[in-house]
Ligand binder design. Sequence first.
Ligand code: NAP
Ligand code: G4F
Length: 378
Amino acid sequence: MPRALITGITGQDGSYLAEFLLGKGYQVTGLRRRSSTRNLHRIEHLSGLSLVEGDLTDLSSLVRVLEQTQPDEVYNLAAQSFVGSSWQQPLATSDITGLGVLRLLEAIRTVNPRIRFYQASSSEMFGKAQTVPQHEGTPFYPRSPYGVAKLFGHWITVNYRESYGIFACSGILFNHESPRRGLEFVTRKISDGVARIKLGLARQLRLGNLEARRDWGFAGDYVEAMWLMLQQPEPKDYVIATGETHTVREFVELAFAHVGLDWRDHVVVDPALFRPAEVDLLVGDASRARRELGWRPRVDFPTLVAMMVDADLERLRGGHRAGDGPGYGDVPTEGGPAPGGPTDGGPDATGDTGDDGRRMPHRDDAGREGGAPGRGPG
Ligand code: NAP
Ligand code: G4F
């Protein structure tokens, strides 16, 4: 049975990738960092998943986890992934999102250089895009501390492949969304806001730059591409994208129209939510992935918008108002983790003995930003 280690297991992509690999018969371990509050809501429906404690800022924890779990494949999805926060916390972002990749590669080099490594790189590295569409050969021009940190992670992955022969791939993924997306990202902020307004729980949705264009796909489709990269005869870098671009305004229009509302009655543009430097246009050319991996996206843009709004309506009708409740396709686990669900096991057990039987309200994060003076995290 092949063994995989996923960092960033509590995040959106970690949950979809774990589901995917468990379905393929992998023995999957997720690396989670210590948290003072419970944050397993995206993975508590998964049975057969093991959890270990570690942190991308702590090399010794990464070495220990690799020694204990002996994975064949490592998927590095952990990051400070919110672009807006990277201006508020540039050093922490660089440490986790940039240097964290190097620490993991050093751990792999030390423990077992035959491990296959996937790095979650980002279209944010293209930033002020030098070609349209963007492909593997497009020059990078990052526009945020996050983008700069991801660029370091990308190049150190390439460098360890070329220096030490490690099977290391950098997946340059364009934006991918789902009902499990964090509430601070614009698509989920919109779907949550639309659902609240439709249900009479809110009247307004405050947003920043509506003219930014993104290539938005469905996260469930994108994790398959991560796995495919590590099954190839040679390690390479791949752009993963839909090839379509839409403005934030289009997302807003479709989301409100889906519930029979006119967005102009509810959306307030708040200059405090504009970013210090914006990425205006992203659209990817995933021809290499199509040709060499046989990968293509399945969920189109209108379906994605409808899926996210419907999931938030369902969640809010179910009374989960504080944050990320069960998402699309999830099995709600009101009484705690699924039988045989994630286990904090082994010598690295986190000491977290499981749910107390109540679903705790999840963090009420930047889904409804505003009020802060000056330029906010957007
Ligand atoms: P996400 O939901 O924000 O998840 C990030 C994960 O990283 C969380 O599990 C988080 O744990 C973990 N993490 C943060 N700091 C850590 C640390 N110091 N040590 C260990 N774990 C840490 O992000 P996502 O959307 O799933 O994205 C997955 C990866 O793909 C990220 O690297 C992101 O930058 C990259 N990416 C995403 C997209 C996209 O559109 N989603 C596009 C391109 C690239 P906590 O729960 O403890 O915070
Ligand atoms: O949803 P966003 O915060 O995502 P962004 O910045 O594109 O980053 C995401 O995708 C990257 C891949 O390209 C990932 F690497 C990264 O980890 C993350 O997953 O913002 C999208 C756009 C931006 O142009 C932003 O200015 O939406 C605009 N926007 C307008 N109003 C807003 C808002 N963004 C947020 N978060 N909140 C707003 O109110």
